[in-house]
Design a protein around this ligand. Structure first.
Ligand code: IPM
Ligand code: MG
Length: 353
């Protein structure tokens, strides 16, 4: 199978972790007997400095035309105002490509200790287009406003359609991947209308999957339980902001945000995305750990039907991270970004056919 993928390196460490990711993707596809066409386009400061916005229209058009997107980190906090082209590429791409599900596995690596000592193996399904995040809401008129000086208000959007799409994605994933339980995380004891609607829809979808256990946990309790007993979670389905926060907590508990993969899934498009930021302080120094973007690209290949290539990359990451001598500096290892990529390529090339 031949896939066409659009590579958007982004800012800071983006170019160097994207180079590493492309090398690993090409090696895995060559080993699996598949082929991949990788096209690069500029976003972020590279696009802004060339006279475009941080996410040019041409990039959005290109993203619609390919099988998938690999999205690097962006320094959106350092961008100029929207009126001067400073848009958040990840929010715009999610909206323009209708990427309604943000899938975030949190899984600890053998040989790498976790902060609590407990292993972690869960997946968060975060609704990706609604909630308080107006930069990607599909419905005009939502977002933040200041009715009078000194009073700011945020509108939270929760729809039946959005809740159903993310719930179906979570239960379909659980059923298709041997997961036993889906937990809805919410705050319906306070946000009775919005989270009340979310739970009503998730319960209806849960009833269609009697083979999968279903339960509900309040978001504050979920944060505590993730620290105290992460093993009680399997698949979590939740709304946008709670998923944003709990996915960083979960992946940190699994060994580090810098190791966490993520996939933005829509009905027509899909985008792999590193879960971490652009780390400008170490940009260009060959020090960045590319695991998050590499793992996200592996998820993308698997979603697009290249399961063997996905497995080859995931196995190479596990083997490299299990050995202190083949880790990057953030994990106490000796390798730079390029050397780590070479180790992954070597493991892939030496893997059983
Ligand atoms: C994430 C990030 C983004 C978000 C930021 C970069 C806009 O936090 O993908 O988790 O808020 O969704
Ligand atoms: Mg986040």
């Amino acid at each position: 199978m031949t896939l066409s993928l659009l590579c958007l390196a982004g800012d800071g460490i983006g170019p160097e972790i994207m180079a590493a990711t492309k090398e690993v993707v090409e090696a895995a596809c060559a080993k699996s007997g598949d082929s991949v066409i990788l096209t690069d386009k500029d976003i972020g400061f590279a696009a802004l400095n060339a006279g475009y916005s941080t996410i040019p229209e041409s990039v959005i058009e290109a993203a619609h035309a390919v099988d998938g997107v690999i999205l690097g980190p962006v320094s959106h906090n350092a961008y100029p105002p929207k009126e001067e082209g400073g848009l958040n590429p990840s929010g715009v791409l999610r909206k323009e490509l209708d990427l309604y599900a943000n899938i975030r596995p949190a899984k600890s690596f053998d040989g790498l200790p976790t902060p609590t000592g407990a292993p972690v193996d869960l997946v968060i399904f975060r609704e990706n287009l609604e909630g308080f995040y107006a930069d990607r809401n599909l419905y005009a008129g939502t977002g933040e406003f200041m009715p009078v000086p000194g009073v700011a208000m945020s509108m939270r959007l929760i729809t039946e359609r959005g809740s159903e799409r993310i719930a179906r994605a979570a239960f379909d994933f659980a059923g298709g991947n041997g997961r036993k339980k889906v937990t809805a995380v919410h705050k319906a004891n306070v946000m009775r209308t919005s989270d009340g609607l979310f739970l009503e829809v998730v319960r209806r979808i849960a009833a269609e999957h009697p083979d999968i256990q279903y339960d509900e946990v309040l978001v504050d309790a979920a944060a505590a339980l993730l620290v105290r007993d992460p093993d009680r979670f399997d698949v979590i389905v939740t709304t946008n902001m709670f998923g944003d926060i709990l996915s960083d907590l979960s992946t940190e508990l699994a060994g580090g945000l810098g190791l966490a993969a993520s996939l933005n899934l829509g009905s027509e498009n899909v985008a792999a995305q590193a879960q971490h930021g652009s780390a400008p302080d170490i940009a260009g120094q060959d020090r960045a750990n590319p695991t998050s973007l590499v793992g996200s690209a592996a998820m993308l290949l698997g979603h697009l039907g290249l399961g063997r290539a996905e497995t080859l990359i995931e196995q190479a990451l596990k083997t490299a991270i299990a050995n202190p001598l083949t880790r990057t500096a953030d994990l106490g290892g000796p390798l730079g970004t390029r050397a780590f990529a070479s180790v992954l390529v070597d493991f892939i090339q030496k893997a059983d056919a």
